[in-house]
Design a protein around this ligand. Sequence first.
Ligand code: ATP
Ligand code: MG
Length: 654
Amino acid sequence: MSTLDSILKETRSFAPSDEFRRKAAISGMEAYNALCEQADDHYLSFWGDLARELITWKKPFSRVLDDSQAPFFKWFDDGVLNASYNCLDRHLAANANKIAIIFEADDGDVTRVTYAELHRRVCQFANGLKSLGVAKGDRVVVYMPMGIEAVVAMQACARIGAIHSVVFGGFSAGAVRDRIQDAGATVVITANEGLRGGKSVPLKSTVDEALTLEGAESIKHVVVYQRTNGGADWTDGRDVWWHKLIEGQSEACEPEWMNAEDPLFILYTSGSTGKPKGIQHSTAGYLLGAINSFRWVFDYKPNDVFWCTADVGWITGHSYVCYGPLANGATQVIFEGVPTYPDAGRFWRMIEKHKVSIFYTAPTAIRSLIKLGADLPKQFDLSSLRVLGTVGEPINPEAWIWYYETVGGGRCPIVDTWWQTETGSAMIAPLPGAVATKPGSCTLPLPGVIADIVDESGAQVEPGRGGFLVIKKPFPSLVRTIWNDPDRFKKTYFPDEFNGQYYLAGDSANRDENGYFWIMGRIDDVLNVSGHRLGTMEIESALVANPLVAEAAVVGKPHDVKGEAVVAFVVLKGARPQGDAAKTVAAELKNWVAHEIGKIAQPDDIRFGENLPKTRSGKIMRRLLRSIAKGEEITQDVSTLENPQILQQLQQPL
Ligand code: ATP
Ligand code: MG
């Protein structure tokens, strides 16, 4: 890819209110710029100082960065610490009785646990794992419903130095087996079943099935949390109930003291662009990223009630449920269910009930809630909110504006956070008391993140042109390697084309005249129409700006004259149109795009669906749509696809 053409112009801008800015920890652009300069001038001491300030070390480190084996970087590598100690023990002196977790179950039942109680539960469960022979360095698969126990399981692993690999509780037996096999896990922690949207989700039986498949032989024990009264099939000697395991176990457990570079966890990527990658994170660098970004990006204050809606099966649920909030001693909401049950007002009702002040969710949830009830938030008292966040995909400006006005009452900065499983923590996002926001832009890098946009020779591209998004310096919370596959790690993220110097994120982006970053889409998804190279995001945003449209995804298909033609897959706010009605709407949308951003981006072909193919983490899988647009059979990895049935619908031409 050389450069990309940017076609969508978004000019709205929202500065933080005077009141918000005055109270913010990083207040105003001077403060932001001063931090950036500090990081530019003294990169290593900038991160070294933060690591000393924010992490409690058992033994301090003497060196910040070892880059002798680049791109296999080591940070703080002779330091000794424990992540669970940093999330729990160190709060006990001053905040033992502070609420750590407000858990709301699918049926609305609420449970609160304090830091002291969470600490006791983690210690007990950690001792239980030890009694099964789990030791430092062992891999443990966590396949749990969202809840307090999922966090306890992860924290207990961290406490004893076991490497957790959380697998989202909606994945199939095959996907569970793949991750067990790749990680060489010895224990699975699961529940008899989960509850989502009033329905039971089979967990234990899926694990049972996974363990009959070839490749899962490394598993010695399955620990089963009894979430419901339902039973479970049992394999004696292998299976053990959670409540039996902790019976009689001590409520104290000395943490295993870990080296900074010991792996904390493995987590597989969402699989939007191909087969999932086993991302390996370090203990200290990762933790530093989670702690620091949490306090900066959300302008966290001790009396906040934080709610991140992500499942612990994704990186967002690692950094902003399990580690970031706890290491900062925050109070957070954890939710078991889905945003649409018992109705599409669930999120708003919960914000009102728990007086949530910081709310962090995904564009896919926002778009679906607009579709199901754009006026619903107005029925609730959302005045406790002060910061709103989004992550996972680019947010279309129209959805952003709705979030800002209808949910945030025009009062709450929106932090659009760009980051990845690989980066471990937010990289490009507005610091809400400093950086003015623009709908659809993730704005500016956090201080200490040296992000840029370059062409294929590694040279910076001019403002307004798109190119490869790169991080130009190693970063504490960056992926250390792909588990078992250092070659794929090097090829994917530090390819020779860039002299192995820059971390290649795999996304395309452009910067505007203010230096703001706009994510344009995945590198793999770039379109080439009549010699113009276009990202997917801008055309999709133009479509979503039409009042009829809830969601859109565009891909290219080969075209004799233009090279590639644009094909759009569209979900309307109303019912899926058919026959002549579909043709009429399609013509209207084609004209709309031509009018909004120009003829060049006008779709040749539009298909309507009730939904789009999405990963289990809610991201659009454009690679499947590309095959559909070309009329090809789908032969790719679909192990993380949420809704296979939708493919057939989208295969039908108008
Ligand atoms: P795979 O790497 O297996 O294809 P994935 O990239 O979807 O899966 P994740 O690590 O969960 O897996 O997602 C990271 C990607 O999500 C980013 O590379 C980017 O494309 C997208 N993304 C995340 N946050 C934002 C954001 N705020 N704006 C735009 N895109 C975002
Ligand atoms: Mg990715």
